[in-house]
Ligand binder design. Structure first.
Ligand code: NAD
Ligand code: 2YH
Length: 259
């Protein structure tokens, strides 16, 4: 399980602003607009309580502060509790939180206490990055490549299949690839005779997973994966439109999905 580091979250506001302008360029909508289109919801003065959690590997420097900045960026009224864990949860509820945000090493959740809806970061992240990819304005092609079919990638692939895309998939884990082929009908990518894509959704914890043979000029690469799926050299050579941000886009997806 890959954990975020304080370094990943440096200047989160700047990272979000940059991501927002690329999402706009790719889709014609900002991140809020994509969330609204995806879930049909909008914030209505919900108060978000962010609870630091010490279990497992413990508190990640910048994590709660970044969630605070992210929730404010998307227009939510939010606060970080002084206490952590169970005491922090109690504090959040007593202080009037409508939605709780909290994460341990395995699960990052948003729970709306008013309507009972709950979201998990991994599928929420996969779905919104896939949605952004699906809105690539620069192509009419219905072909999308999904690289990485794990806890983030698989729900993203499901979303693309449901939206009517012809989904090509690749995962180094043959069992996961077979599962996606048999349950979703996706087309396994033939590495021996690669094809160029104008839209790629990547969700792996590895660097340089997208080789030159798969990229077309100006292609959209929508990827929550950390580290980056493409080398800087290839990004520049092919003018790749890279949508990549470490926490905010996925958190926005979680929040809008529980409204
Ligand atoms: P996971 O381990 O469940 O899935 C990753 C998948 O990638 C695995 O199935 C693995 O076999 C596959 N893979 C590894 N190397 C590959 C390669 N070279 N080519 C093809 N497939 C390869 O992990 P996950 O929970 O799905 O997370 C994926 C990534 O997304 C991680 O880096 C995680 O930190 C990141 N993440 C980012 C955000 C965000 O908001 N940016 C949110 C959640 C997760
Ligand atoms: O980053 C994580 C895990 N990878 C789970 C999220 C799934 N993408 N957890 C964050 C842990 C935060 C810590 N407990 C804190 O500071 O509260």
């Amino acid at each position: 399980m890959a954990l975020l580091t304080p370094d990943d979250l440096k200047d989160i506001n700047k990272q979000l602003q940059e991501a927002d302008s690329i999402v706009w360029k790719v889709t014609g909508l900002d991140i809020k607009g994509v969330c609204k289109a995806l879930y049909g919801t909008s914030p209505n003065s919900e108060k978000v309580g962010i609870v630091p959690v010490t279990s497992g590997n413990g508190i990640i420097g910048n994590f709660s502060a970044s969630l605070h900045a992210i929730t404010q960026y998307f227009g939510f009224d939010s606060f970080v509790t002084n206490m952590s864990d169970v005491s922090g949860y109690y504090e959040a509820v007593r202080s009037g939180a409508d939605i709780i945000l909290m994460a341990d090493d395995h699960t990052f959740l948003a729970h709306n206490l008013k309507n009972g809806k709950i979201a998990n970061n991994q599928p929420s992240t996969g779905i919104i990055y896939a949605e952004i990819a699906s809105r690539n304005q620069k192509t009419d092609s219905k072909d999308v490549l999904v690289v990485g079919l794990g806890k983030v990638g698989f729900p993203g692939a499901v979303h693309l299949v449901h939206k009517g895309f012809r989904v090509y998939g690749y995962d180094t884990d043959r069992t996961l690839l077979k599962r996606a082929v048999s349950s979703l009908g996706i087309i396994p990518l033939d590495i021996e005779s690669p094809k160029k894509f104008s839209t790629i959704f990547e969700a792996t914890p590895c660097a340089n997973t997208i080789p030159e043979t798969l990229i077309s000029k100006n292609c959209v690469l929508s990827t929550p994966g950390i580290p980056c799926a493409i080398s800087e050299e290839l990004r520049l050579k092919y003018d790749v439109q890279l949508v990549m941000e470490p926490l905010g886009i996925g958190t926005a997806s979680m929040l809008y999905s529980v409204l």
